[in-house]
Every structure is written in C-alpha cells, then in structure tokens.
Design a protein around this ligand. Structure first.
Ligand code: ADP
Ligand code: MG
Length: 694
C-alpha cells in the first residue's frame, strides 16, 4: 500500500553502508526504544542533532578562549610517559605559548605514534587552566595535514545511547540522507525550504541558531509533521461526517424525570453542553464531540442526559470507561441517577463471563438494555446493539486515533461523545482532537470548597503521619498515592506495598487498604469497597485511582514524591478529595531540594484550582509529550514538532489540511498523491485506509 518510492526510507537502518549488526542494535534501542523493533532509515533522518561542534575557531594558543571548543596548530615538544596511575603528558607549543595534552590510562604506543616529538599537528578539544597552566584533557581529534583536509568544520552532536558513538551515528545519517528520494512538494508556508532540503539542513547545522525551533529547516519539518497529523484528522472527520448519521430526537420526558429527582440544579456550563449535544444528536450528521471538564465539574450527568435523549428516541446508548474500576463506578452512579426515569442500565466488563455475559448480550441485542456501561469489552467482536445511537467514551485521551477509528467502525452511524477530565490546552486539543467539536465545562457546581494544598519535604513525613492520625480519629479518610518508580511495575508495586505495610504498623492492620494496577479486578473492587464503605481509613494506591474514583468521605490526599508527577496529574489526583462537606487537604510530599521548576509547579497548584489554567502551565513547563502522557497512552507524539513552540504552524496546517480535503476528498489528484506520501512519511497512513474503504 505504501508507494514504493518510499521503500528506501522504511528499510532497516542496519542495511545502511557502514552500519554493522552491533551499531544496528544500538540504533534500534536509541530510535525505537526497548522492544520497539528495528530502527529504519526514516528514524535516523528524523533524529535531530541537539548541539554542534564548531571547528572553525583556530586561534593561537595564547589567544584561545578557555572552555570552548578550539582547534590549535602546534608542534610536539616532549613526552612525559605516565608513572604509576598518573597520566601520559605531551607538551605542545606554537609561537605564542604552550599546552599540556593529558591522557589518562593512555596507550603509550598510540600517543607516541599520533604525536611524535617535532611533528606539527592540529589538535581539537577544550583548553582549561590547571594549576596556572593551559592543558587539554583527551583531545577530541589529533590530525596531521591530510587529516585536517578531511575535517568537517562543523559537526552535529546527536543524542546517543550507551555504547553508540557520535561518529557511528553521523556516518549512518550520511548514508540515510543518500537514500532520500526526490519527493514532490505537498505545500508549506512560504519561505521555508523543501522537505528534503530541510532534512539535509537539519543534519548540517552551521550555527547554534540552526538548532532552535524557529530555524527554517526545523520549522519546515515541524510543519510537515503537524500537517500530516491535521490531514489525518481532517480525513477522519470528513469520513465520519459523510456517512450519514441518524437523528435521535428525544422529547425530554426521561431527562425531565432525572433532573426533577436531583438534589441540585445543573450549572450553566452543564446546561450549555447539554444543549450543544442535544442539537448534535437531533441532526442528521454524526456527532464527534469532546466534552472537557475538570474533575467534579459534572460530566457524568451531562452524559446521562444525552444518553436519556437517545432512549427517549427509542434507541440505545453506551458508555465506555478506560478501567474496570471506573466502569463499575459509572455503572453505579448512572443506575442511581437514572432510576427515577426507569432507564435499564447494564454493565459489561472483562469480568462478566459465562451466563452473565450471555444474558447481557441477549438483552443488548434485543433492545432490552437502554444504557450499556463497560470497558473496551463493550466494543469487541460479538457485542451487538439493537440500535446504538450514542457512544460515550470517558477519559478520551487514553484512546488514540487508532482506537477512535475502530470505535467509529463499530458504532456504524452512532454519535460519539468523548469526555476528558484532563483539560487539554487549546493547541493540543487541535493537535489530538482536531477532528472533533469541543464543549467545555469551565464552571464547577456551587458550594465546592477550595482544597487546601500544602507541600512538605519527605523528611517531615513523621509530622504528617502525626497529623493524619489526628484527622483519622475525628472521622476523616485519606488517600495515599505512591508514584510509579522508574516505570517498572515491580518497584511500583513495592513502593506502594512498603508504604502500606508501614502505615499498617502505625494505624493498625484493618485501617489501611491497598490498590495497585496489578491487582486482580475483584481484589481491587474489594479494596475500593472497603474504603468507600469506611472500613479502611487510609487507601494506599498507585495512580490507578487517578481518574473518576468517587468517595465523598475522603478529605485528605497525600501524594508521595509529588515531584515525579506532572501538574495536570497532581491536579487530577487532588480532585479525588473535596467531594464532601468537610474541608479537604492535599499534602504534596516531595523529595528535596526542589529546583526552580519544581517550586513553580507547587506554587501554581497551591494558587489555582482551574484545571484549564493548570494544563496551560503544564504545557509551558513540560512540553507536549509529557502533558499528554504520550508514552503511557501510545499516542503518536511528535518527533520534530513542538506544539508549544510551533502553535502558529499548527494553525496554518489545520487550515491547509481542511482545504486540501475539501478540494480533493479522495486525495487522488497530483497534490493528493503528494499528500499521501506525507501521511506515510509521518506514519499517519491509517487515515488513508479510510479512503480505500470509502
Ligand atoms: P466529573 O465526571 O466531571 O468528574 P461528576 O459527574 O462525577 O464529575 O460529578 C461530581 C459530583 O458532583 C457528583 O457527585 C455529582 O453528583 C455532583 N454534581 C454534578 N453536577 C452537579 C451540580 N450541578 N450541582 C451539584 N453537584 C453536582
Ligand atoms: Mg467522571
């Protein structure tokens, strides 16, 4: 399916001249990560240098600046071979001064051969002062006349992995550039170089400014990457919208019953979002909408009213959650809220098996279930809805474009409402959800107290435990969150487990529960139930409690190693408390000393409880990959673009992508064929599948 023109770029990097099996394996690790498969020529081309070595500076010794990279021309005066563990020293000079070259653990034979006494050499490296004398430890290069003639005056410096040398990767990149085919132009903002020229320039920086995000070559490549992403989204959107949806026009009777039974009024933001969604549902085109709102902003209720509208129209709705725990909670609260309206709500997760599962499937197919709640099990083979009108997906950012596509295929003509409690900065929302319309709940239900947020160094943990004891005695409950350690599930588990064991010693065996990601579903539910029923007072947890969990009596959130969490994630965790009437607290236990950025993060959290504002800050402080948790969620992420730095390019790319799809929806013209190449190059080609299927 991929045009053969691009084959050389998708060949393995190990096939390049000069790349042996060993370098090949190192490149795999560097460019694809552990378990990521073989590095390809393309991966090398997109591996941007982060620094450069400038060998154009060739001062006389006396005038050479200290601590910057220089090339000095000098003659070799004398050798002082190493004695004991001392270094081998070589004195060299020019007419202005002299320098000691210092070699630790030197191969004496090699030093004598490269620097024979009396010879003239060009020596590259950093000069420093040591006990008042100029020296250069381990010169980078020692060259004779012939070597100098071959010297690259400027050399890029690449991020490496252990065992890989700059020279090996530079050679591999040169080989990769030689394989770059001539490509047609697919279009870019005026003034930027062509894609191939930009790649060549990327690997040939001449000045430090060439390494910056606004260098023309980097801008061009960033643009192409963003453009490919926007194009894929535009194709998805066009495809989704072109398949006719079905209008689900509710008469409001079920929604009215649900609302009448609520002990509170909807917020203005909830009412506005419900109106937008109902209008989408009632229209013939398919809805693709993202509902953003902070934890506790009341998204579940918005979703329920939307689902009720579909049931009023005689059809079905489904809500899918990313974890089983969340699916069960959603099921419980949806069943409770919708009881006055008599909605038939049922649950399906991976744990419903045998006759329970069979009964669910039968009722679903017979239209005897109005609202199906579950995990991704809901959208697997063999699950047939009688008439699905609306699919609600909670915590959308955990579902990548690929999953979204398969959902769309399953739901045929169903409307899609995605919900996320991690407010996404505008640029990122466009990047990842540019195919969707967006509703935001920026207003919170009234009467919410601000959560007191405090930071405390880990050394003062005893003080914290003392205060926690007092709070527990007066009836409070607390979460205690331990972070993922080094991304390893093993140590993650032991950190939370060890903390739970310690707290059990202090507060008693029964008072402390534990949930972590590797527990069996049933054990997890039991631990959660014990906590929400008040049997356990402290729940030690890994971040599995991050989303959705709702225990109103819990008023204290302790986050251990807060410095390891992102801002948005801390805000999410904090949102687990403050759901009841009591004043709630969030204690950030950090391992000091905190850097400037760490202090800034804590200050933001203490001052703000607006998830949208916090998300913007998070983006500013950490960059997009971290904010979106790309690594955990399998989102594509960007290699060359930085939506924080390239926001203008993103806006331009979005407009261009929409225009391109509008004028050539099948990407079949000459430009369309060039655009297909672009999609392949940035691995957004799954969008092309839609065209083929079209
Ligand atoms: P989210 O899913 O956005 O985090 P939820 O829908 O779980 O938020 O709502 C959080 C809590 O607030 C729930 O207990 C819910 O019953 C309550 N709630 C929702 N809307 C309102 C409202 N308008 N006024 C008061 N409480 C509300
Ligand atoms: Mg929720």
């Amino acid at each position: 399916m991929r045009p053969s023109l691009l084959d050389p770029l998708f060949a393995s990097a190990a096939s390049l001249p000069g790349v042996g099996p060993k370098t090949g394996r190192l490149l795999d690790r560097l460019l694809r990560g552990p378990g990521g498969g073989e590095a390809r020529v393309l991966d090398l081309l997109f591996h941007a240098p982060t620094a450069l070595i400038d060998r154009r500076l060739r001062p006389k010794i006396a005038e050479a600046p200290l601590d910057s990279y220089v090339v000095v021309e000098a003659s070799v005066v004398s050798h002082t071979p190493s004695r004991g563990r001392g270094p081998f020293r070589v004195l060299v000079e020019d007419e202005t001064g002299d320098v000691l070259l210092v070699f630790f653990l030197a191969n004496a034979e090699w030093v004598e051969k490269s620097l024979p006494v009396g010879a003239r050499r060009w020596i590259c490296g950093r000069l420093e002062l040591w006990e008042g004398h100029r020296q250069m430890v381990h010169p980078d290069r020692i060259l004779d006349e012939a070597g100098l003639a071959k010297l690259e005056p400027v050399e890029p410096v690449y991020p490496l992995t252990e065992g890989l040398r700059q020279r090996s990767i530079a050679k591999a990149v040169a080989g990769a550039l030689a394989r770059l085919p001539a490509l047609p132009e697919w279009g870019a903002p005026p003034g930027l170089p062509a894609f191939s020229d930009a790649l060549r320039a990327l690997h040939r920086p001449q000045e430090p400014k060439d390494l910056l995000a606004d260098a023309p070559a980097r801008m061009r490549l960033a643009y192409d990457e963003l453009f490919a992403g926007q194009l894929a989204l535009a194709l998805m959107r066009a495809r989704a919208k072109e398949r006719p949806g079905r209008a689900s026009v509710g008469d409001g009777r079920l929604a009215a019953k649900i609302l009448a039974a609520l002990p509170f009024e909807l917020t203005g933001a909830q009412k506005a979002a419900i109106a937008e969604i109902r209008a989408d549902l009632a229209s013939e085109t398919r809805m693709l909408r993202l509902l953003q709102g902070d934890v506790g902003s009341g998204k579940t209720l918005v979703a329920l009213i939307a689902m009720a509208a579909c049931v009023e129209a005689g059809r079905q709705a489904a809500l899918m959650a990313p974890t089983e725990l969340l699916a069960r909670q959603h099921f419980a609260s949806l069943a409770r809220f919708s009881a006055p309206a008599g909605l038939r709500v049922a649950l399906l997760t991976g744990r419903e098996k045998g006759s329970a599962r069979r009964a669910f499937l039968e009722e679903l197919a017979a239209g005897e279930i109005d609202v199906a709640v579950g995990t991704h099990a809901l959208f697997q083979e063999g699950v047939e809805f009688a008439d699905l009108a609306l699919a609600v997906v909670d915590e959308q950012h955990r579902f990548g474009v690929r999953q979204r596509l398969s959902l769309g295929e399953k739901g045929e003509r169903a409307d899609l409402l995605a919900m996320t409690a991690t407010p996404i900065p505008r640029t990122l929302a466009l990047t990842y959800f540019g195919d969707m319309d967006i509703s935001a709940l920026r207003e919170k239900p009234p009467g919410r107290q601000k959560i007191e947020t405090r930071a405390l160094p880990l050394e003062r943990i005893d003080e914290l435990i003392g205060r926690l004891g007092a709070a527990l005695r007066s009836g409070a409950q607390a979460y205690w969150v331990c972070p993922l350690v080094e991304e390893s599930a093993e140590s993650d588990l032991s950190a939370a487990g060890a903390r739970a064991a310690e707290l059990r010693q202090i507060f008693g065996e029964e008072a402390v529960g534990l949930v972590h990601g590797r527990m069996r579903g049933k054990d997890k539910d039991e631990a959660m139930a014990a906590f929400s029923g008040g049997a356990t007072k402290i729940l030690v947890a890994t971040t599995v409690i991050e989303v959705g969990v709702d225990v109103p009596a819990a008023s204290i959130m302790v986050i251990e190693h807060a410095e390891r969490f992102g801002l948005a994630q801390l805000h999410q965790l904090r949102g687990r408390v403050g759901r009841g009437a009591a004043q709630s607290f969030c204690m950030l236990l950090y391992k000091g000393p905190l850097g400037e950025a760490g202090k800034a993060r804590i200050a933001i959290l203490r001052e703000s409880d607006d998830g949208f504002a916090i998300a913007e800050e998070d983006l500013r402080l950490r960059g997009e990959g971290e904010v979106m948790g790309a690594r955990q969620s399998g989102l594509p992420g960007f290699r060359l673009a930085d939506p924080a730095a390239h926001g203008d390019l993103l806006a331009f790319a979005r407009g261009e992508a929409q225009a391109a799809v509008a004028s050539d929806p099948g990407l079949s013209g000459a430009r369309g064929r060039a655009l297909r190449l672009l999609l392949h190059l940035f691995e957004r080609a799954e969008a092309i599948r839609l065209l083929a299927a079209g």
